[in-house]
Design a protein around this ligand. Structure first.
Ligand code: ZN
Length: 299
């Protein structure tokens, strides 16, 4: 009797448990961390996709490496940093994400040093991230460049237990992705993944509009459009939609075609695209569909 139990029942039970465990891993909510140099960068590059992840029950955290205390023509320092932190929290709430962390490093002074590398390793580990996004290390803004460098410096070290041992190391490397940008030297951005954000474009714009000091003041001033910014809330949002609608370029549309099919891709008006970094987990197309489950839906 006991012999039969060991020969048949136990192996079967173990197999069933293993199958259930594998399914639980596949069904587990995904954990995404989007890192930017300033409070608004993750929103600009990833806001629509973040809102999709959130709507689908996945966990998204935004991290701004600097506190944004240089991002204005008329305000600055601690007062501006406090204002921007409140704006970031409100943006996170509007996008439906779990958390918006603003690290207290000075804006326009970001350097790729060990202290900040360790801050980022801890943020990625604490989030138990499956996917990490940031800037490419080629960009007009030195803070964006160094943010990209810092995140890539963390890409391997997040699994090394002797680095920042106060925060347990991850068991495996997350997928590291770059946000889309327009820079071509030394190489143009490659849209490996493209997400149709038509469904969440309005939510994304509402999220951006929470950064009042930026989209209705500082960036409008930089663009010489401060006079254009309307007074009323609804009018401002409509204005921002026009300013921020980014035409889908040929390379991104091709990528949309690979993920959604040509017919669907031809209709997409708003998209966000990402390039796979070479230093983290290297995914197969099936892995990408598991990590970006919205690619399997056709809204
Ligand atoms: Zn920025």
């Amino acid at each position: 009797m006991l012999d039969r139990l060991f020969r048949w029942f136990l192996p079967l039970l173990l197999l069933t448990l293993q199958v259930q465990w594998v399914h639980a891993q596949q069904d587990r909510a995904l954990r995404i961390v989007a890192i930017g140099a300033h409070p608004d960068d993750a929103d600009i590059r990833f806001g629509g996709t973040a809102a999709l992840f959130a709507q689908m029950g996945h966990h998204v955290k935004f991290v701004s490496i600097t506190n944004g205390d240089a991002g204005h023509y008329d305000e600055g320092g601690g007062m501006l940093a406090a204002r921007r932190m409140a704006e970031a929290r409100e943006a996170g709430r509007r996008l439906g994400i779990d958390e918006y962390v603003v690290l207290d490093n000075h804006d326009a002074e970001l350097m790729p040093n060990l202290h900040i590398r360790h801050q980022l390793i801890r943020e990625i580990r604490k989030w138990d991230a499956d996917v990490v996004l940031s800037h490419r290390p080629n960009d007009y803004h030195p803070d964006h460049r160094y943010a990209g460098t810092l995140v890539m410096d963390a890409a391997f070290l997040v699994i090394v237990p002797n680095v920042t041992p106060d925060t347990p190391a991850l068991e495996s490397n997350p997928l590291f992705l770059y946000y889309q940008d327009r820079f071509t030297n030394p190489s143009p951005f490659r849209p490996d993944i493209a997400v149709d954000i038509s469904e969440t474009f309005d939510t994304k714009i509402e999220g951006l509009a929470a950064h009042e000091s930026q989209f209705f003041e500082w960036l409008a001033w930089l663009d010489g459009r401060l006079d254009e910014v309307p007074e009323g809330e609804t009018e401002r949002i409509e204005w921002l939609k026009g300013v921020r609608a980014q035409p889908v370029n040929g390379a991104v549309r091709e990528s949309l075609g690979r993920w959604y099919g040509e017919e669907h891709a031809a209709r997409v008006n708003h998209a966000e695209a990402f390039e796979i970094a070479e230093y983290g987990y290297q995914p197969s197309p099936e892995d990408i569909r598991r990590l970006f489950p919205m690619l399997n839906r056709k809204p």
